[in-house]
Write a protein that binds this ligand. Structure first.
Ligand code: TMP
Length: 235
């Protein structure tokens, strides 16, 4: 790696720097944690290291299964080199089990299995609080065409088909997760990160949360949970 260029963008959990090539960027994973649209803030010690290493594992695994991602290489404990994509401002959430906002919105019991998995779209806009939207809303907003949304939905289901059994083999139930996609040279790539910040993972023997819910809900042992997830995905 020829070193990092200027800071291009700073998000809640990552900083993005220019790379040597104009069509690549370096992601720097921070320990900063936020929840509830940044109303709650804190730090999770070494979260950046865990999320970087876990994302590397997830992206390599998905590439092995023919899913194209922005990942190029992990270049240090907290830095990842990726293709520079233009992010589609849609958060794609896949759900295998009722939890979180779905339980609240529809009054369903947490832990209820969802089969087949469902996909939801959220419009990525902090000032609006990332609202749940449907295909028509996204077309109205000129965010994505029906064909693009079909592609995102299919990719998300394919990611789930790889990750759900992978986690189960490691005694973790993949409850739900959030994906982001971006365009690179006219191709749609899976982007952002896949980590305990963006997934719900429940220990299969105890049912305990092993993800950011421990921070959101002040459950304690946050760092331990992140380290345990990392150990299981690489172990
Ligand atoms: P939700 O139940 O709060 O809608 O979250 C669904 C999944 O999406 C869960 O695995 C956590 C993840 N997520 C993010 O990655 N970023 C977010 O801003 C939110 C709200 C959820």
């Amino acid at each position: 790696m020829d070193g990092m260029g200027p800071l291009l963008y700073e998000g809640k959990a990552k900083k993005i720097f220019a790379a040597a090539r104009p069509d690549q960027v370096v992601h720097y994973f921070k320990d900063d944690a936020t929840a509830f649209n940044a109303e709650k803030r804190g730090t999770i010690l070494d979260k950046g290291v865990v999320n970087n290493r876990m994302s590397e594992r997830m992206f390599r695994l998905l590439e092995e299964h023919g899913i194209h991602t922005h990942f190029i290489e992990r270049i240090s404990e907290r830095e990842m080199l990726t293709k520079k994509v233009t992010i589609v401002p849609v958060e794609v959430v896949v759900r295998n089990v009722v939890a979180g906002s779905l339980a609240k919105r529809l009054g369903l019991s947490v832990g209820t299995a969802i089969q087949p998995a469902i996909v939801e779209f959220y419009y990525k806009d902090d000032s609006l609080g990332d609202p749940l939207v449907n295909d028509d809303h996204l077309r109205l907003l000129n965010v994505a065409t029906p064909a693009v949304l079909r592609e995102l939905r299919e990719s998300a289901q394919r990611v789930n088909a790889v990750l759900k059994p992978f986690m189960a083999d490691r005694k973790m139930q993949l409850v739900d997760f959030k994906l982001e996609f971006g365009v690179y040279h006219n191709k749609m790539l899976l982007a952002d990160e896949i980590s305990p910040d963006t997934c719900r993972l429940w220990d299969m023997s105890t049912g305990e949360s092993m993800d950011k819910d421990r921070f959101r809900q002040d459950m304690g042992k946050i760092e331990e949970a992140y380290q345990e997830v990392l150990k299981r995905v690489w172990g």
